[in-house]
Design a binder for this molecule. Sequence first.
Ligand code: ADP
Ligand code: ZN
Length: 429
Amino acid sequence: MYWNAKLERLDPEALQELQLTRLREIMARAAASPFYGRRLQEAGLTAADLRSLDDFRRLPLTTKDELRAHGKEMLTRPLTDMVRLHASSGTTGQATVIYYTRADIEAWADLVARSLYMAGMRADDVFQNMMGYGLFTGGLGFHYGAERLGALTIPIGAGNSQRQLQLMQQFGTTAVHIIPSYALYLLNTFAQHGLAPRSLSLRLAFLGAEPHSEDMRRRIEAAYGVRAYNSYGLSEMNGPGVAFECPEQNGMHVWEDSFLMEVLDPVTLEPVAPGETGELVFTNLTRQGMPLLRYRTRDLASYDLAPCACGRRFKRLSRIKGRSDDMVIIKGVNIFPMQIDKVLMAMPEVGTHYLVELSRVDFNDQMLVKVEVQQSFFQEDLKYLKQLQKRITEALKSELLVTPRVELVEPNALPRSEGKAQRVIDKRS
Ligand code: ADP
Ligand code: ZN
């Protein structure tokens, strides 16, 4: 059940020991880069006098803006030693660039292989990678991992829905890697072709790249007849293969032998207790070319220390509750798009897509939620739809504490994206 039994079954004491050793190594390596050379010196920290993880916390956090402005100064070796670069999808601004040495690519492939193996993928699986290839890490990152595992890998990439179906049929695809909003969208294509996803050979789906709710997972599992596993990663920490669900489907194990994770209160920057939501901060423990120390992700989540039934002791990460930068403030109330997802996806009448539009009328914030309704319900009479609209409004109000305006729309009426879904359009500025 383990890809690397020794590392995956480390007990907490042995893990701490290993993390400290690797922290010293990575600090020494990072010190060779102009950026961290300066930073470590200013903090008065050297690898030699690092006694505990607490000492390490004296180092200031690395922000996304610093990465944008000084990325190349974070390289520990000349550019000629790098064999690949990836850039983040730029969801929240200008893209950040990450460089990899050959050893970094290998280590990353191993982490992804380990993740896939944990979730039950094997060499005899046929793996269709439906994530964008190119600068985005979801494509090549999974690709190398799946090949490392020995699975037959189909590098189709994102979009091209009809072709996706054809390939699944032709090659008997058993496992897919897919953006959750696209997985729901693809159901329309299946319907158009009169093809039932459950009639195919699919058994595993890896869902990543964007926040999604438990209900969304259950919908995907039911529609496709698969077990779906949450996959978390970010280009700054390689890409996918940072944290991944095991068959228990109860939180994502963080690969703590390769990443040091801190969960901090975003305001005080003090660590939060297990179960409390905080911002994720990561340090690469093994990277060669461009190690980042205490990188602030802006992703919000909580963690669980309890041992898992699968035998792994690594911390489990909750679903990502959102990014601190996609929180919106409406009428003074803080709202995360994920709260809306949770409410809507729990209602069987709601279709596969929704869109939130924020506007300001006479200095007043307005929130409009456009909700696609399932075909079978959309055909009901007007009275029924009015009632449904009212129920959705009430459910959103009790979760958000703000009353949105709800508009019901036909299935497929809202715009789609092949990449990360855009859920919120803010027209207020
Ligand atoms: P960008 O910040 O431009 O989107 P990336 O392509 O590196 O850059 O995407 C990484 C980000 O995607 C993460 O920081 C996180 O916000 C989001 N993400 C990745 N996987 C998941 C997941 N399983 N659940 C929720 N969010 C995720
Ligand atoms: Zn587990």
